[in-house]
Write a protein that binds this ligand. Sequence first.
Ligand SMILES: *[C@@H]1O[C@H](CO)[C@@H](O)[C@H](O)[C@H]1NC(C)=O
Ligand SMILES: *[C@@H]1O[C@H](CO)[C@@H](O)[C@H](O)[C@H]1NC(C)=O
Length: 509
Amino acid sequence: MSSISKQPPLGEALELELRISEDSPIEQTPQPRWMRDSRHHHRRFTWRSILFGAFCLYALYCFIRGSPLFASPLPSYTGPYGVGAVDLEVPLSGGPERVVDAAVKSTGQPAFEVETLLATVYYPTDRHFRSRKPRYPWIPRPISLTAQGYARVAGVENFLTRPIFTFGLWAVGGAVSIPAEVDAPLLNGEKGLEAFPVTVFSHGDVSSRTDYTNFLGELASRGHVALAIEHRDGSGPGSIVKTSAGSPGRQVLPLRPSDIDLDLDRDAFKRAQLAFRDVEFHAAVDLLHAITNGTPIPNTRDPITTLPSWAGRLNTTLLTLAGHSFGATGALQALTTLSSSPAAGLILDPGKSSGPLNPNATVPILVVHSNSWSRTVSPFYNRPHFDTVRDLVRAIPAPSWFLTSIGTAHPSVTDAPLLEPLLLSWTTGANLDTKEALREYVRVADDFSLFVRGGDERGILVQKTTHQLYGEWVSEEREEEFPRDLARLWEVHVTPEDQTRPMGRPVEL
Ligand SMILES: *[C@@H]1O[C@H](CO)[C@@H](O)[C@H](O)[C@H]1NC(C)=O
Ligand SMILES: *[C@@H]1O[C@H](CO)[C@@H](O)[C@H](O)[C@H]1NC(C)=O
């Protein structure tokens, strides 16, 4: 139980922990998968539930004192353009697609049938445009569904915890909204920006489409159209599937292998989720094509008006597939399964516990690890995870990079640390200022996009390798010449130059 005394006695820690739990600090202990036993999991749920108790007390305390739990609202975006957002839910054009024949025991509903795609699209708009529509809430409604999902993930769901979690979540983030203009018109074309490059973004485990709004909004404010998928594969805290406008919809809650009527081990279960996510990736790309082709979009969410004017305004040949954690694992896979070839992959902290990484992409990829992701040595199919990622990037038959962002932790690219900046350093040991960390992620994603568009390299992408192994300079000369302000932020593990050369030194396994 000593882990509790090291944590802040606040439930926000837990909130974050749950949001990032695919690869939570506990999962990162260098202990092979086959050695983990059920006792380990049991203990984890117990200390989680104790933290939750502490959190609820704290929430109550803040409520009585009238002070907000989250110190700061989400900041506005810093690029040259304003940012618009639209929620879209679109039934699959060919009808529901069942990827694995299994039902949820408690409801009898299919566990792995994709009926619709739900996504939020962030896009550039005029800086001065102000929408009359209310901003989207950061926690998708109804809050009680999300709360029930978190309680279930923590293994403490019952009639008593549900209202407590709902209250806690409402107190933490109920008032936070996403600072993008809902249903704003797409930015007018100007020379060189007739059609915008597009990115499809996939979230990590125990997350939703609203967990990366700052990162995606920042890209939109720099001239990208970014579509954030909400996966309904049982990996999110809670979501509602609406197959037609006006229908109440079907609730989707987190799923574990034991919740379905098919005997799948953990790996097979992850594969089923990945296959589900792959269908959603395809649907997202189809949706972007439909929008730019001017096809009417059968949206089942709140009506929006801006889409018809987007015809011809998306450059779908400049399609980047992106993701974080489990989502990065999915993006690597989708890069190989789409029929119309995407242009690039943006891979942030590819999963450690979400199954093997697909090595078969043939387009440029940029892999960015957070510091804690690289620093923690994790066994991954009999090799260190870091080495697997490095060798994967080296072998991609297109110019690709692998970098570590120093001073960051796994959730640095999500919104959570922006809402409670202290949170991240307390819980994960990240030390780079939250906003600076996010700015670096946005900058490198934008630099990579420039490269994909025209082959120009700038920023950290012009730098040669500094560290083939995490934390070890390739040479003293390189350490001398690498600019200090960059050394504070980055380690460069693979560049296009390395992809054509044998390794400079033997790899220690
Ligand atoms: C990658 O390609 C190889 C060779 O074609 C194939 O054997 C392997 O199954 C592929 N991996 C995945 C994950 O699809
Ligand atoms: C899409 O981008 C590519 C590369 O920059 C460019 O050659 C092409 O003309 C663009 N297409 C549209 C429709 O703007």
